[in-house]
Design a protein around this ligand. Structure first.
Ligand code: GMT
Length: 377
C-alpha cells in the first residue's frame, strides 16, 4: 500500500506514534510519505520506502497568519497524485483532517480519490476541539474522515460525548512500543555517572505543558527522596520547566534534580530508571508511561483519562487522584523500598507492555484498517 502520513513533527506523543508507525509500515514493505512542515523528530534521515515532503507555507506581508492548512491541503493533493497514494492518515484532527478533506475534494473534482483515516490523540478533542473557535470544524473533519481511530477507550468516549459524532464510528487502536528498543537489558547504563552510589533513579518525560503538572513531579520526588535517597531526571522541555526548577529550589532538592532537556532517544535513559512519574491532569493515553513500562520501569501516575488503560494499578505501578502528591509519594516509597516488590512490578510491566501494546500487533491493526478503507472505495 502507499500511505501518506501527516502529523505534528515536533516533540510530542502524536508525532512519535505517527513516525514510528510510518517506519514500521515501511519495514513491512509499504511505501510511506510523510507530509508535514518539518522532518518528524523521530525520523532518521534516510530509510528505504520512506519519503518526506515538506509543506512550505510561503510568506506574504498580507498574511499575518500564514494559511498552513491550505498549503498542507495543496501538498497532500500534489503528493497523492504524484505518488498514487491509497490512504492519507492524519494524526491529530486539526488542521490535518480538515486539510485532507480539502485535498480529497480537489482530487474528486478531477475524478481521483484517496481514503482519509484520522487518528485522534487527545488534546485535539479534550482541549483544542472543544474550544468554541474550533468545535464545529473538528466535528465536521471527524465526520468527513472515512475512518476514525482514537488511542484509548477513554478518548473514544470523550469524542462521542463532545461531538455527538453521529456520522462516524470511532475505533480504538491503542498506542504501541517497539519492545526491542524499550528493553532495559538492551542498553548500557547511560546516567550512572550522575547517580551517587545507593540512590534510586526516578524519571519524568514530557513537553512540560501545564497539563503535565511538573510541579507535582518535583513535590512527589521531594517526599520520596526524604525516605528513599534518590535522584530525579526530568527529560523534555516546555513552559512549566522554570516553575519545576523553582519548586525544586523551594523544596531544597535542586541538587538532586537534573533537567536534561529535549532528548530524542529516551530508551537508554529509561533502561537505568527505577520509577517513572506521570501526574498529569489529563492524558488520553500516556505514551511515555508505556515506554517506561516496556523498559521494566514501574509507573506511578494520576488516574487521569486513558492512563488507567495503560498502567495496571498495583501490578505494573500505582494510580492516584490528580494532585494527590502524598498518595503518589507513599506509593513510590512502597515500591522503591521493597526490592522483591520492585522486581515483580518491573517484570510485570515489561511483560504487560509486550502482551498488550507490542508494535507487531498494533501495526497489523492499522494495516487491516487501511485494507478495509481501500476495499470500501
Ligand atoms: O501530551 C502531549 O502534550 C502531547 C500530545 C500530542 O498530541 O502529541 O500527546 C497526546 O498524544 C499522545 C500520543 O497518542 C498520548 O500518549 C498523550 O496522552 C496525549 N496527550 C494528552 O492527552 C494530554
Amino acid at each position: 500500500m502507499k500511505i501518506g502520513i501527516t502529523c505534528y513533527p515536533t516533540y510530542g506523543g502524536s508525532g512519535a506514534v505517527a513516525t514510528e508507525l510510518g517506519i514500521a509500515l515501511a519495514a513491512r514493505g509499504h511505501e510511506v510519505h510523510f507530509i508535514t512542515y518539518q522532518q518528524p523528530f523521530r525520523l532518521p534521515n534516510f530509510l528505504p520506502r520512506i519519503f518526506f515532503h515538506e509543506v512550505d507555507v510561503g510568506r506574504y506581508p498580507l498574511f499575518e497568519y500564514p494559511p498552513y492548512d491550505l498549503a498542507l491541503a495543496v501538498r497532500m493533493h500534489e503528493v497523492v497524485r504524484a505518488h498514487e497514494l491509497d490512504v492519507l492518515h492524519c494524526h491529530y484532527a486539526l488542521p490535518h483532517a480538515t486539510s485532507a478533506w480539502i485535498a480529497r475534494e480537489m482530487l474528486r473534482d478531477k475524478g481521483d480519490d484517496v481514503q482519509v483515516v484520522t487518528t485522534l490523540h487527545g488534546t485535539d478533542i479534550t482541549i483544542v476541539g472543544q474550544d468554541p473557535s474550533f468545535h464545529a470544524i473538528t466535528k465536521f473533519s471527524i465526520e468527513r474522515s472515512d475512518f476514525v481511530t482514537a488511542v484509548s477507550e477513554y478518548l473514544r468516549r470523550e469524542t462521542m460525548a463532545a461531538f455527538g459524532c453521529t456520522g462516524c464510528n470511532v475505533e480504538v487502536i491503542h498506542n504501541f512500543v517497539d519492545p526491542a528498543v524499550y528493553d532495559r537489558t538492551a542498553h548500557p547504563p547511560a546516567l550512572s555517572w550522575l547517580v551517587p552510589r545507593g540512590r534510586k533513579v526516578i524519571m519524568h518525560v514530557s513537553n512540560m505543558r501545564p497539563v503535565k503538572r511538573v510541579r507535582d513531579v518535583v513535590r512527589t520526588f521531594a517526599k520520596v527522596t526524604a525516605e528513599v535517597p534518590s535522584v530525579l531526571f526530568m527529560v523534555g522541555d516546555g513552559p512549566e520547566r522554570v516553575d519545576a526548577e523553582q519548586e525544586a529550589r523551594a523544596l531544597g532538592v535542586e541538587r538532586q534534580v537534573h533537567f536534561l532537556g529535549k532528548l530524542e532517544a529516551v530508551a537508554p535513559l529509561l533502561a537505568g530508571a527505577d520509577l517513572f512519574l506521570l501526574p498529569s491532569a489529563s492524558e488520553s493515553f500516556g505514551l511515555s508511561a508505556l515506554e517506561a513500562l516496556s523498559s521494566g520501569v514501574p509507573v506511578v501516575a494520576s488516574r487521569a483519562g486513558g492512563l488507567a488503560e495503560v498502567v495496571r494499578d498495583g501490578e505494573t505501578g500505582a494510580l492516584c487522584d490528580v494532585g494527590d502528591v502524598d498518595g503518589m509519594a507513599t506509593a513510590s516509597i512502597a515500591i522503591l523500598r521493597d526490592p522483591e516488590r520492585w522486581r515483580a512490578m518491573s517484570e510485570a510491566a515489561a511483560a504487560d507492555a509486550r502482551e498488550r501494546f507490542t508494535l507487531e500487533k498494533v501495526v497489523a491493526r492499522y494495516e487491516a484498517l487501511y485494507e478495509r478503507a481501500i476495499a470500501s472505495r
